[in-house]
Design a protein around this ligand. Sequence first.
Ligand code: ZN
Length: 351
Amino acid sequence: MDPSTGQWDECLVRDTFCAEDARHILQMPLREGVHDFVAWQFDSKGIHSVKSAYKMHMELKSMRKNGGVGRSTAKAGNLNTCNDDSWKRIWRLPCPRTVQMFTWRLRHESLALLTNMQRRGLKVKSTKCFFCGHADEDGGHLFIKCKSVKVVWRELALEKERRELGAISSVHAMMDYLWGLNILKRMQILTFWWMWWSARNKLRKGERVLTAAEVARRTRSSTLEYMQVFLPEPKPQCTDKWRPPAQDMVKFNVDGAFVPGELHAGWGAVARTSDGEVVGARAGRQELIQDAFAAEAVALSNAVSFASDLGIIRAEFETDSQLLAEAMDIRKVDSSAYAAVIEDTKYQLKL
Ligand SMILES: [Zn+2]
């Protein structure tokens, strides 16, 4: 740290650490007059435990092994720095974990299809499809080309998509195709494939399975249900009117802008009286910003300083970031990488 500015001594940090570590260190916000503390953001209470460390270790291992597969437990400043975003898309699919897991296995070609098992040297009696008994069971046959599965595609009115998928030969290209479809079609296909895979596993054990028409019917209803339950509520339209503050108060509307992949962010604040008269506005750019949460936190911090510069004591601050509003809650202790900025802003606001 540079004692004169209270900020990181960038040259010293860059000279001492490797480029990657230096980048992470410089992204950590600092706060003057506060003792260093150990923060562990991978636990909701900020307490380090062997259990949470083990969980994180397993997630990192899984991410490395599978080109980025894992699940971050942190709301802000998470581990999610992998460039391949297909895993993130899978875990964000609006469906139960079982369907996501199935999709993940499909994407990583780890479904125990008979031809896959044989290729890996496992003994299989036959590689013939459980549904038709004619062709060898591989992903293309089971999910797209088998005469039994074609019935489901027809029932779902997705014959065009079936033919287009049938012409694709790699799993990567198949996933790209699915991501390119609208969300309803994508969810219908993945949900039906998951049901079809479950039916196949039952058939393998000699159990009774659903008819193709029944699979199609259940796919339709389940998909709609999933989308209702798992899709986030649409954000209220921006036609929301600006609500004036109480008499003799000044309201600061604050916003931070962050572009993923860029290491900086923009922020802006507008101050208005209860009559809607603009008292002042300020905007700026902040370097070394890691995510949208940090951009919002920095925006609020700057807005509070702005209010202080204007000499405004009775001020109200409005942000559209739910996470930030939660972090500013005086009852909660923030243990993310932005704890310093949050606590500093709370202090300035005398919360
Ligand atoms: Zn078949």
